[in-house]
Design a protein around this ligand. Sequence first.
Ligand SMILES: *Cc1c(COP(=O)(O)O)cnc(C)c1O
Length: 376
Amino acid sequence: MRETPNWPDPAAHIARHAPDTAMLYFSPAALQATAQRFQAGFDGLVTYAVKANAGEEVLTNLVAAGIRAFDVASPREMYAVRAVCPDAVLHYNNPVRSVEEVTVARALGVASASVDCWRELDKLSVLPKGTEIAVRLALPVAGAAYDFGEKFGLGPDRAAQLLQEVAARGFVPAITFHPGTQCADPSAWGAYIAEAAEVARMAGVRIARLNVGGGFASHRAGQAPDLEAIFTHIRAEVDRHFPDHAPDLVCEPGRAMVADAFTLGTRVKALRDTGAVFLNDGIYGGLTEARDIGAPGRIRVLAPDGMPRTGKDQPRIVFGPTCDSIDRLPDPLPLPSDLAEGDYVLFDGMGAYSRSLTTRFNGYGLGDPVTVADLG
Ligand SMILES: *Cc1c(COP(=O)(O)O)cnc(C)c1O
């Protein structure tokens, strides 16, 4: 089911079409390779966190690569997954839900749901006994771009009480956590795994599974994350902290699965005498995350004929295309001295939280993704 690549690489598409709309270049081969790397290296069930990029070609290619389980947060995400994979396993891991949403989840037969509050567990009581319910654990954690524990999750004592209640109500007890997005520090998983074991011990409950969340990424910094080192560390810590009955493992990468399969292509609309650059995409488009976690680190510049610009990098202020003055990247970007109007600025590793967060503000936004054999 892999889509036929239309273009060898972004440079070929640019040289032929001179696109004037910002867009994402998508490499199905890169996405499938990452999915295979997770499945080969992670000793447990690999699920994909749909919110990172819910594009149909993403879901289709993940299914083609063997992914069958998905972390979904809303009915719409559930329907999107089932549309491309009717027998997909759904893990409903948004711990806050309306009664109506739970009704949809039940009708679609979610296999697992997370919970971090007694009242939310009450809402899940309509799910069949035998459904897995995972208590979401939160710890103060350093090493991630921002801390997911600020919004969701329980400290160890309350997590243990809720875990007992999950088991008492006849659900399959599990524990889940998320070390934080952009987390690539293996020790963050170690701290959580140790605490999860302690919570299960305090509760006197043998957990069926432990979901070690997403993270797995440091794409902002530019270097590829060492996934295998994280997988090895997770396995070792689980064996150490659950010596007699290691739970089965689940992971739910979003960013790390999809980021490197896409390159964001933007065009220089204008250069100012000050050196400031106006691009045709900014914080209301594919660069939304820059405001919260900093500008992306892997940048290439191509002339309209597709050849790389080679001038020495200079820091430049970069504005997006809209009329709003906050549409500006937080830090200057290193851009070549021979940068010219009409050039293309390519941001690699931009498949996650780009298209899914893009708005149409001021009539801008991203065009349809262009499929390429290789991102170049
Ligand atoms: C967002 C989210 C993920 C994916 O996070 P990444 O940092 O993109 O890997 C996984 N699990 C849950 C519950 C999430 O909310």
